[in-house]
Structure formats: structure tokens, C-alpha cells
Design a binder for this molecule. Structure first.
Ligand code: FAD
Length: 395
């Protein structure tokens, strides 16, 4: 490790690793630090991602694709199951990844591109000069070292503190922080090519239970509930999940348990400051409806590195010059989807079980040829004008 770099990246998840790789390919000297001993572990993710979205960044590889998904089942609170099967119409759906391997692959690519990597190394404070970020204090093995950098990218995930230390408001309202628990289960009877989503107040208040297959009899079985709903014994995410598992997979074996949070709020008001860019979950760019953030982390990581490399080359890493990144991602497909899905989420969290039953029953009668949040929502609105009415009010 040197004491000065062009770029310091904090966090070795998809956002940080892709930023480090992109910047190193553009000729910057890069250091990426990750506080955990190994990237990708423990996995805090259901590991689902759209096929086409992923392909913007990576050629799928059987080493880290655990399952190919062809259809989805949406289960109403009354137990009615609706199938979404776009594969019948030739549309693609998604993958369930093996993120332990996927995240390592991304870090490996960053290293291969020339980036220095330090694991078990935690950024514990920014280095500030005249109000601008100029690197960070890094703690490794009990020793703190100062590393200076022209530009710093905060990619430190949902628990992000770095941007806050730099004076940026990163607060997520409690009701917009889904709390999650997930088991990796084996020995369970599932459709290995279908994802399942269970809705309803009894199953998952303010959220849903998911089953994401990772093989013939193995799946991530998880739950997210509204951050303001649980908290007490008996109504924590793991309590709901245990009840679900007991009912649906009483003989299944739990081989991993994870807990984590997903922000479903609006993105940060501004994702740049003097000498600083913020990407991925740290920028609050995960999808407000699904909680998915792998694609957004890759997208913002790449975009930040491209704009950042240009700024470093010009010797101007001021907020004004870095704003191009903030403007670009907001104007992109990602930014528009986040904006739209936030408004839709605000309506959906207010629906009761009767509304959900009515919606899922009515949409099941429609012919859906696409599988994405937008087409699902369009069909819901067509079949349920009262949702359109509520959306109009929310917008
Ligand atoms: P992360 O992957 O969180 O990486 C941030 C990294 O920064 C971490 O490795 C962390 O250790 C490190 N770090 C933090 N602080 C410091 C520090 N001070 N110094 C050094 N390193 C630091 N998304 C999907 O797309 N599909 C899904 O199916 C899905 N399911 C999910 C299920 C659950 C239960 C949860 C919790 C999340 C899920 N997500 C899903 C969200 C997805 O995991 C994240 O959006 C994605 O990992 C974001 O990538 P990132 O690089 O921004 O952050």
C-alpha cells in the first residue's frame, strides 16, 4: 500500500469493486479497502438479478450463476397463486447468483486491472482539507494509517458511515428501512426455475417473503418487513420467517442465516461533494419496491469511476465538476426507475390484504408477456383503477 493514490474506494461490494476496476482501467492509481476479511461473505442478499441488466456489466459465468429463473409466482394473502411466465413469450427473466463467488470475481477483476486491494481494512475517518475530502484514515490490524487520495468513492453499503462523516445527510427514515432475515435452506421441495413472493399482513407486514432457488432443492428463503413494524419479540423478521418455514418447509434444513437492512427511501439528495462520490447502497439507490441493489451498485460504481477519472485527469475534483455523475445517473434508466418505483411503493405499503387479494386475482387474468416491475405495475393499474387513483394522489 502506498500513502497516496488518485482514487481511494471504500467498500469492496459490487459498487466499490466495479468502480475500482473501471478507474484502474482508465489509468488511475487506485486503492480499494474492504473491512471484512473476504469480499462477498457473509452474503447479505437474496442474490436475484435481471439477466439483461447484469449483462450490461458481466458475461454470465456458471461459476457464479446458481440458477436461471424462468417464471415467478406471486402469492396473495388469501393463498391464491398467480404465475408470471414471460419465458413463454420469449422474454428473459433473471439469475440467482452465488454472490460469494460473484463478489470475489469483481474484486479479482479490479485487482487484475491494477487496483491495490486491502481486506480487513476499515476506513475510520475521512481526511479533510479546506472542506474537501482528501482520503481517509485506515485501520488495519490495530494500526491506523493515513492514505491521501485526489478522489474518494464511498461504496460502503447500506450501513454507510463515510459520507455522513464527510457532512452529508444519509439518514434513512425507520419506516423506509426494511429489516430482513434470510435462511439458505436445503432439502426443500421447490420449483428450481421459479421465484416465489408471498404477500400479506400475516406473512410479512409492509414487505414480503421470497423464495429464490439456488438449485434443485436449495433456496434463499427470506423476508423483509417495514422497519417500523417489527422490533418486539414475536414480530421480528426472523419470527415471521420461522413461522413461514414451519408451515411450508417443516423438514427443510437451514444451513445459513443472515440478517440485514435494505433502504427503500429516495436516493441521497446529492451523491457528490468536493473530493467525494457516493455509489450503490451508500447512495440509497436500491429499488424501493424490490430492495434490489446489485444492478444499481454496478451502474453507479461504473458511472462514478468514469466521471471521477476524467475529473482527476483535469485536476478538478470539485463538487461542481463531479456533478456530472449525479446528473447522469438520475437521468438514466436507473434514476427514472427509482423515481417511479418510489411513488408506487408509497402507494403499495398502504394497501391492505383485501386490496392485495383483489389486485393479484385481477392481474392473474391478464396476459403478461414481460417480466419487470414496470410491466407488472402497468398491468396492476389497468386491472385496478383505484391503484391509479391512489398513485395520482401520491404523485
Ligand atoms: P455492499 O454490497 O453492501 O458492499 C459494501 C461493502 O463495504 C461491504 O463489503 C462492507 O463490509 C464494506 N464496508 C462498509 N463500511 C466500510 C468501511 N468503513 N471501511 C471499509 N469497508 C467498509 N439486491 C439485489 O439486487 N437482489 C436481491 O435479491 C437482493 N436481496 C437482498 C436481500 C437482503 C436480505 C439484503 C440485506 C439485501 C439484498 N439486496 C439485493 C441488496 C444488495 O445486497 C445490495 O444492494 C448490494 O450488495 C449493494 O452493493 P454495494 O456495493 O453498494 O454495497
Amino acid at each position: 500500500m502506498k500513502s497516496t493514490y488518485d482514487l481511494l474506494v471504500i467498500g469492496g461490494g459490487p459498487g466499490g469493486a466495479y468502480a475500482a476496476k473501471t478507474a484502474a482501467e482508465k489509468g488511475l492509481s487506485v486503492l480499494m479497502v474492504e473491512k471484512r476479511p473476504a469480499p462477498g461473505a457473509p452474503v447479505r442478499c437474496a442474490e436475484g438479478v435481471g439477466k439483461e441488466l447484469l449483462r450490461e456489466f458481466m458475461k454470465p459465468d456458471e461459476r457464479w450463476v446458481a440458477a436461471e429463473i424462468e417464471r415467478a409466482h406471486l402469492i396473495a394473502p388469501d393463498g391464491f397463486s398467480m404465475e408470471l411466465n414471460p419465458a413463454k413469450a420469449g422474454s428473459e427473466v433473471g439469475y440467482v447468483l452465488n454472490r460469494k463467488v460473484f463478489d470475489r470475481e469483481l474484486v479479482w477483476q479490479a485487482a487484475a486491472a491494477g487496483s491495490d486491494i486491502m481486506v480487513k481494512t476499515r476506513a475510520c475517518s475521512p481526511v479533510m482539507e479546506n472542506g474537501a475530502v482528501k482520503g481517509a484514515l485506515l485501520e488495519y490490524n490495530g494500526t491506523v494509517t493515513e492514505v491521501k487520495a485526489d478522489l474518494t468513492i464511498a461504496a460502503d453499503g447500506v450501513e454507510s458511515k463515510f459520507a455522513r462523516w464527510c457532512g452529508i445527510n444519509t439518514t434513512v427514515p425507520l419506516r423506509e428501512m426494511e429489516t430482513c432475515a434470510q435462511y439458505l435452506m436445503t432439502g426443500i421441495d421447490i420449483d428450481p426455475h421459479a421465484t416465489e413472493f408471498f404477500t400479506g399482513n400475516e406473512v410479512a407486514p409492509g414487505g414480503y417473503v421470497w423464495i429464490f432457488p439456488k438449485g434443485e432443492k436449495t433456496a434463499n428463503v427470506g423476508i423483509g418487513i417495514g422497519g417500523d413494524r417489527g422490533g418486539k419479540p414475536g414480530i421480528r423478521p426472523k419470527d415471521y420467517l420461522d413461522r413461514f418455514v414451519q408451515k411450508h418447509f417443516p423438514d427443510g434444513k437451514i444451513i445459513e442465516l443472515i440478517a440485514g437492512g435494505v433502504s427503500i427511501c429516495r436516493p441521497l439528495e446529492c451523491t457528490v461533494a468536493d473530493g467525494l462520490m457516493i455509489v450503490g447502497d451508500a447512495a440509497r439507490v436500491s429499488d424501493p419496491i424490490t430492495g434490489g441493489g446489485i444492478y444499481a451498485a454496478l451502474y453507479t460504481g461504473k458511472s462514478a469511476a468514469e466521471v471521477g477519472a476524467d475529473a482527476v485527469a483535469k485536476g478538478d475534483v470539485s463538487k461542481k465538476n463531479l456533478m456530472k455523475y449525479d446528473q447522469d445517473w438520475r437521468a438514466s434508466y436507473l434514476g427514472k426507475a427509482l423515481d417511479r418505483n418510489y411513488q408506487i411503493k408509497e402507494v403499495f405499503v398502504k394497501l391492505n390484504d383485501d386490496d392485495l387479494n383483489a389486485i393479484i386475482h385481477s392481474v392473474s387474468k391478464m396476459d403478461m408477456t414481460e417480466f419487470n416491475t414496470l410491466s407488472l405495475v402497468k398491468n396492476i393499474i389497468t386491472a385496478n383503477p383505484m391503484v391509479a387513483l391512489k398513485l395520482g394522489k401520491a404523485g
